[in-house]
Design a protein around this ligand. Structure first.
Ligand code: ADP
Ligand code: MG
Length: 514
C-alpha cells in the first residue's frame, strides 16, 4: 500500500524503527541458491547480461511513443466531450493567462503529495515576485483517516503559525475596521470537479491519500471553514490544481514573445494543464457553451489509458498496481512518477536477489537487507544518484547502494545502474507521450510562422533533480511525427515555486472578478 511508503518514509525521518516488511518476501539466505546455481554454471548469464535483459522489458520504442501519442490525443478529445473519461480534462475556470504586469500580495497554500507549503507572494508587476514561505511534511495520520476536516484543520493551524510569524498585525486587527483580509489561492493536487474559480468537489484522492468523507465535498469550503474556526483573516478566493499553478507562474515569468502552452508536474505524481479553446470544451454546459477565448484545462493525465491499450506493463508494474491504494487507476502515473520509480527498482532488485541463478550482493541474506525488504524502501532520489555517477569505478553508486541496500561490488553496481537507467528512461519517454500529445492536440508548434517558440513550465523533484530526465523527454518528443525537428523550438523550463506563485496569480484573477 502507498500508505506503507509514507509510513516508512516518516519512520526514517523520526528515528530508527523496524521497517514494514513486504508480505511474501521470505528472509531465506542467498547461500543455498548459490550452491544450487552452480549446477548450470556453464550456461549461466553474467549479472550484466541479466540486467540488460531486464532493462529490455522497460523499453518503450519510438513506434510505441507515436502510438501512445495518438491514443492520448484521442482520450483528450473524449475528455473534452464527456464527463468521467480516463483523461478527465477538468475546466479550471481560469480564462486568461498572466501578462507579467500583475501586482499585489496574496497568500497561497499548496497541498502537495508529500508536503504542504504556505506562502505570501508579492507580485512585482514585472514578471518577478518575492515570496515568504513555510513548508512542512504532511503528517501521515492526516493522509488516511476517517475525519474529513482533520487535514484541513491541521493546514489552518499551520497557516495560523505562518501569520503569527510573518504578519502578526493581521491577527491582532482581525475583525476590526483596520483588518487586513488576505486573498488566498489554494493549490490542490488531487482531481477536483471545479464548479467555479473558488469552489470544487473532490473526485478522488490520489498519491496514497484516502480520507473518508471528503470525496464529493467542496474542498475550498472545507479549508475556509477551518480558517473561520480559527478566526483567520483569510478568504479562499481561488482553487487551482498544482499544474495550473505551474502554467500560470511560467506564463507570468516568461518573455512576452513566447506562448506558454503547458504546465506539467513530475513529482510525487504526474499531471499537466494546458491552454484550450473554450469552444472545444463541449461538455461544459450553461452560459459558457460556445464561448470564445481560452480556458486552462487540467488534464489529470495520470489516469491516461485506464483500458491499458498503449502502456507498457512488466510484472513489476503489476505488483505495484495490485498493492496500491487505487488498483486499476492512475496506471500512467504508476509508470512515471517519483512515488513509484524507486519502488519499481526495488522490486526488480528483490527479484534478482531471490533468483537462485543470479549472483548479486555476494550471497548476503535478504534478511540483512532491511530497506530492500521494506515496501517503498527505495526512494526515487536513489536512482538520481546512480544516474549522476560518472566515476569509472562506479564508486558513487557503490556508496549509495551500500547506504540503501548493502555492500555492492562493481558488477552489482553496474547491473543496478543499467536497470535503474531503463526505468528512468521509460518514465521520461512516457512523459514525452503526454507533453507531445498536448503539443499535437493544440497545434501550438504550427503557430508563429515556424519561428515561434513553444514554452512549457515544469515542476516537481523528478524532472528537476533526476539527471537527464528532461533531455530524454525532449529527445522522445523529436520522434513524434508531427513534432520532428520542431522539438528544437520547444523550451521546457523548470518553474520553481510554480504552485505558490500560480495560486497568487489565480487569487489575483479572482479578485478582479469580485
Ligand atoms: P510534491 O509532489 O509533494 O509536490 P516533489 O515535487 O518534491 O513534491 O516530489 C516528491 C517526489 O519526488 C517523491 O516521490 C520523491 O521520491 C521524488 N524525488 C525527490 N528527490 C528526488 C531526486 N533527487 N530524484 C528523483 N526523484 C526525487
Ligand atoms: Mg508539487
Amino acid at each position: 500500500m502507498a500508505l506503507g511508503r509514507y509510513v516508512s518514509w516518516f519512520r526514517r525521518l523520526c528515528g530508527p524503527t523496524a521497517p514494514t516488511v513486504d508480505e511474501g518476501v521470505k528472509s531465506e539466505g542467498k547461500l543455498a541458491k548459490v550452491f544450487s546455481s552452480e549446477e548450470d554454471c556453464g550456461s549461466r548469464e553474467s549479472l550484466k547480461e541479466v540486467a540488460e535483459r531486464i532493462a529490455k522489458e522497460f523499453e518503450f520504442s519510438d513506434v510505441d511513443v507515436r502510438r501512445a501519442v495518438d491514443g492520448f490525443v484521442k482520450q483528450m478529445n473524449e475528455g473534452l466531450r464527456s464527463h468521467g473519461c480516463t483523461i478527465e480534462q477538468l475546466p479550471s475556470f481560469i480564462t486568461e493567462l498572466p501578462t507579467g504586469f500583475e501586482k499585489g500580495t496574496y497568500l497561497a497554500v499548496d497541498l502537495g503529495g508529500t508536503n504542504v507549503r504556505v506562502c505570501s507572494v508579492t507580485l512585482e508587476g514585472d514578471g518577478t515576485f518575492s515570496l515568504i514561505q513555510g513548508k512542512s511534511a504532511i503528517p501521515t495520520v492526516w493522509m488516511t483517516c476517517d475525519n474529513p476536516s482533520g487535514l484541513f484543520n491541521w493546514v489552518a493551524n499551520f497557516v495560523h503559525e505562518f501569520l503569527e510569524q510573518n504578519y502578526p498585525d493581521s491577527l491582532t486587527t482581525a475583525g476590526t475596521e483596520d483588518a487586513q483580509i488576505f486573498s488566498l489561492g489554494f493549490t490542490f493536487s488531487h482531481a477536483v470537479h471545479q464548479l467555479d474559480i473558488n469552489s470544487g468537489n473532490l473526485i478522488r484522492w490520489s498519491k496514497g491519500f484516502n480520507i473518508d468523507g471528503v470525496v464529493g465535498q467542496d474542498i475550498c469550503a472545507l479549508l475556509q471553514n477551518a480558517f473561520t474556526e480559527l478566526a483567520l483573516p483569510i478568504l479562499v478566493t481561488a482553487l487551482i490544481n498544482d499544474t495550473v499553478g505551474t502554467l500560470l507562474a511560467r506564463a507570468y515569468a516568461s518573455p512576452k514573445s513566447v506562448h506558454t502552452v503547458l504546465g506539467a508536474v513530475f513529482g510525487t505524481g504526474t499531471n499537466g494543464a494546458y491552454v484550450e479553446q473554450t469552444s472545444k470544451i463541449s461538455k461544459m454546459t450553461g452560459s459558457r457553451t460556445g464561448e470564445k477565448g481560452i480556458m486552462i484545462v487540467n488534464t489529470e493525465w495520470g489516469n491516461f489509458d485506464q483500458g491499458m491499450e498503449y502502456l507498457p506493463t512488466t510484472s513489476y508494474d503489476k505488483t505495484i498496481d495490485a498493492g496500491s491504494v487505487n488498483p486499476g487507476f492512475e496506471m500512467f502515473e504508476k509508470r512515471i512518477s517519483g512515488m513509484y520509480l524507486g519502488e519499481i527498482l526495488r522490486l526488480v532488485i528483490l527479484s534478482l536477489v531471490q533468483d537462485p541463478k543470479v549472483d548479486i550482493f555476494d550471497g548476503v541474506a535478504i534478511s540483512e537487507m532491511l530497506k530492500l525488504r521494506a515496501k517503498w524502501g527505495l526512494d526515487s532520489s536513489f536512482m538520481s544518484h546512480l544516474e549522476g555517477d560518472n566515476s569509472p569505478d562506479l564508486s558513487l553508486s557503490r556508496t549509495q547502494i551500500e547506504k540503501c541496500i548493502g555492500m555492492a561490488s562493481f558488477q552489482d553496481a553496474q547491473a543496478i545502474r543499467i536497470i535503474s537507467h531503463a526505468i528512468g528512461r521509460r518514465s521520461a519517454r512516457l512523459g514525452a507521450v503526454a507533453v507531445g500529445a498536448v503539443i499535437v492536440h493544440t497545434g501550438c508548434l504550427k503557430r508563429g510562422e515556424g519561428e515561434g517558440r513553444v514554452d512549457i513550465g515544469v515542476d516537481g523533484s523528478l524532472i528537476e533533480l533526476y539527471p537527464g530526465f528532461a533531455a530524454e523527454l525532449k529527445a522522445a518528443l523529436g520522434e513524434i511525427e508531427e513534432i520532428g525537428e520542431g522539438e528544437e523550438r520547444i523550451d521546457i523550463v523548470v518553474t520553481k515555486d510554480g504552485s505558490g506563485v500560480g495560486a497568487a496569480l489565480a487569487a489575483h484573477v479572482a479578485a478582479k472578478r469580485l
